[in-house]
Design a protein around this ligand. Structure first.
Ligand SMILES: O=C(O)CCC(=O)C(=O)O
Ligand SMILES: [Mn+2]
Length: 215
């Protein structure tokens, strides 16, 4: 196993996706060990589950959350909830490593003083995908979104302000961080179906951490 397999592009330059949107290759690497331990601890307390969309379809990703609020989806719609509907308990707290990384990445991308209050954790098995959507369930859109990729490589789709705008495609590797906010905050985005190419550390899965300020 080469270092390249583990941390592709750790030294690469930022990839500009828009005026206020950027991929920071390998930015999460210094936090990696702590991130992986924290994900294990969170999923032991708040299980990954496959939620339904308001359209009644089952999402191909499994999700859980941590923070003061967690994002939940059901036939009734999308919302943020202070409790995990599965257990009836509050979500696990936001780990210090998540907060440090999110603040550092936001600042690197030009967004000072990012204070996330929630992290959605998506787990993608091979074949899972996320259709083009906007993140718009948050109370206001002044804070950026910080999205961390772990495990198998994904193809990120970054579109425009209309669903019909043709998205740019960018590979996201283990340790990459995407930040978008400001005029790019409501850009459509998604993830193409994951190829079955196991990752050296995480095996046949991709884990995405999406940190946001929701409340
Ligand atoms: O998995 C990703 O990279 C994106 C996830 C996402 O856009 C979301 O959960 O809203
Ligand atoms: Mn999203």
């Amino acid at each position: 196993m080469s270092t390249q397999d583990l941390f592709h592009g750790a030294l690469a330059q930022p990839v500009v996706m828009g005026p206020q949107a950027v991929i920071l290759p390998g930015f999460a690497v210094p936090w990696m060990d702590r991130l992986l331990v924290a994900v294990e601890e969170i999923q032991a307390q708040a299980l990954f589950r496959q939620m339904s969309t308001p359209g009644g379809r089952r999402m191909s990703v499994s999700t859980t959350s941590c923070g003061e609020l967690g994002w939940v989806s059901s036939e009734h719609g999308y919302r943020y909830s202070p409790v995990d509907p599965h257990s009836g308990r509050p979500w696990p707290g936001l780990p210090e490593a998540f907060l440090e990384l999110a603040r550092a990445a936001a600042s690197e991308a030009g967004f000072a003083d990012f204070h996330p209050d929630t992290c959605l954790i998506n787990r993608y098995p091979p074949g899972a995908r996320m259709g083009l959507h906007q993140d718009r369930d948050e109370r206001d859109f002044s804070a950026p979104i910080v999205s961390v990729s772990l495990g198998m490589t994904a193809t990120f789709l970054f579109g425009g302000h209309r669903r019909s705008d043709r998205p740019a495609r960018a590979r996201l590797y283990h340790g990459d961080v995407v930040v978008w906010g400001g005029e790019d905050r409501l850009r459509y985005h998604g993830v193409a179906p994951l190829l079955d190419a196991p990752h050296a550390l995480l095996g046949r899965q991709r884990i995405n951490l999406t940190l946001r300020r929701a409340g």
